[in-house]
Design a protein around this ligand. Structure first.
Ligand code: CA
Ligand code: CA
Ligand code: CA
Ligand code: CA
Length: 435
């Protein structure tokens, strides 16, 4: 490199830096650092469910007052509540500040609701209020989803002012809402590990559980997945799925199921009602290590079919009035070591009064510990009522572990190998319940 080339190179670098600086400044001017936005940017809720959004101002300096409007589609959303926050740590508290604006107007016009609010500091009081620096939630709005669809949560006419009545430049970002139309849509939108809470309602769907998620219904009796008489209602195509709190019903004709766990492992199906299907549950030779408990399996042609499936645990279920209650030609466990399932067709006798049948075993060729009455949480002695006798049984075994002489596995209701206050609580929560 000769001297001339070196100088030229320096000049080029200098010019390039200048150009970048000018460009950078221009970008800064167009894009103020103060941001006013809806959080989260995308909201979703089931129909009839409630959700909230925050209106956030970020990286503001000298905020002395604000005003904004937020519009939504009033055929999809009903705004049910609003809270306005005063900056903490500085003396904007009344009477040092004022609020103005009509607030929530659900029927602002034929298609839109509107929230319009202003908050300002009042410099007439001493000590003189300071402007707010930083990031804060200005307001929280609560919505009830009343329709199916999607709409912009349109933040408009925003004003941020400082103590000298200057406008504070800021960018504005709207929010967006969409109704969750189905359980399948919620699963499709979920990430592995998510928990999906499904509100009460009847969902006429065929659900494919193709992600490791937890699917939890609001109430077993009122959160219903209905196959509408066709196909399998719920199919698992992956492992480690958790399903609880649903009624799963009306699968289709021959070969279809309420819940099909074929080819999957380590799933937990707990506390559901599986009713009026050809097969309630189906597990094939490629499925193993699944846990099926506390389910009501009722009025199916076949309650549960395990075809060459192994190492599953199936206990504390109620098998009621299925034409064929159960079939298992593999190697699975139908008890937890001392308690099995309730069977509406079990006619054996309980010889020692512990609530577990002692004759005609194993029932259905599988269950060595059939319960004498339908399984209910907290019912230690399986007599279809949770009362003081159940409490007393836990009390007698209190403090014990399996090594102790007074250990009673029937009283270990949460199955953690110790009888303590948690077991007492499990009885107390259900105290007075009858089948
Ligand atoms: Ca807007
Ligand atoms: Ca017994
Ligand atoms: Ca009892
Ligand atoms: Ca316990």
């Amino acid at each position: 490199m000769n001297k001339k080339t070196v100088i030229l190179a320096f000049v080029s670098v200098f010019l390039l830096s200048m150009t970048l600086c000018i460009r950078f400044n221009l970008v800064m001017a167009e894009d103020p650092e103060t941001k006013f936005y809806v959080d989260p940017p995308k909201s979703a809720a089931w129909r009839c469910a409630t959700f909230t959004i925050n209106l956030i101002v970020a990286d503001v300096t000298g905020l002395f007052g604000w005003e904004f409007k937020l519009y939504w589609d009033n055929r999809i959303l009903n705004c049910t509540g609003a809270a306005v926050y005063i900056p903490t740590g500085i003396n904007w508290e009344a009477p040092n500040s004022f609020q103005a604006g009509p607030g929530i107007q659900q029927n602002y016009n034929a298609t839109h609701g509107r929230y319009h609010k202003a908050l300002g500091a009042m410099p007439i009081q001493q000590p003189y209020p300071k402007g707010f620096n930083g990031t804060m939630v200005l307001a929280t709005l609560t919505f009830h989803c009343i329709g199916v669809g999607e709409c912009v949560l349109d933040l408009a006419d925003t004003i941020l002012g400082d103590a000298e009545v200057n406008l504070i430049p800021h960018s504005v970002v709207d929010g967006y809402f969409s109704t969750i139309p189905s359980i399948q849509a919620a699963i499709n939108a979920a990430s592995p590990g998510d928990t999906i809470l499904v509100p009460s309602g009847t969902y006429y769907e065929h659900v494919i559980m193709n992600k490791t998620v937890s699917l939890i219904g609001e109430n077993t009796r009122t959160t219903i997945i209905d196959g509408n008489g066709t196909g399998t209602v719920v199919v698992l195509t992956t492992d480690n799925v958790y399903i609880s709190g649903f009624t799963i019903r009306n699968g289709g004709s021959l070969g279809s199921c309420g819940i099909d766990l074929s080819g999957t492992a380590m799933n937990t199906i707990i506390g559901n009602t599986v009713i009026s299907n050809v097969r309630g549950f189906y597990l094939d030779f490629n499925s193993s290590n699944n846990s099926i408990s506390k389910n009501m399996i009722m009025d199916n042609f076949q309650g549960i079919v395990l075809l060459g499936s192994c190492d599953n645990t199936i206990y504390h279920n109620n098998f009621v009035n299925n034409t064929d209650q159960a079939y298992d030609n593999g190697t699975s466990s139908w008890d937890n070591g001392c308690e099995g399932n309730y069977w509406s067709d079990y006619n054996g006798t309980d010889l020692d009064g512990d609530g577990i049948g002692n004759t005609f075993l194993p029932h259905q060729g599988v269950d060595n510990y059939p319960l004498m009455s339908p399984y209910m949480e907290g019912d230690v002695d399986h007599n279809a009522i949770v009362n003081i006798l159940d409490v007393l049984k836990v009390a007698v075994a209190f403090g014990s572990t399996p090594e102790d002489s007074w250990w009673n596995p029937h009283t270990d209701l949460n199955e953690d190998k110790i009888i303590n206050v948690l077991d007492i609580l499990l009885v107390a929560i259900h105290f007075g319940e009858t089948w």
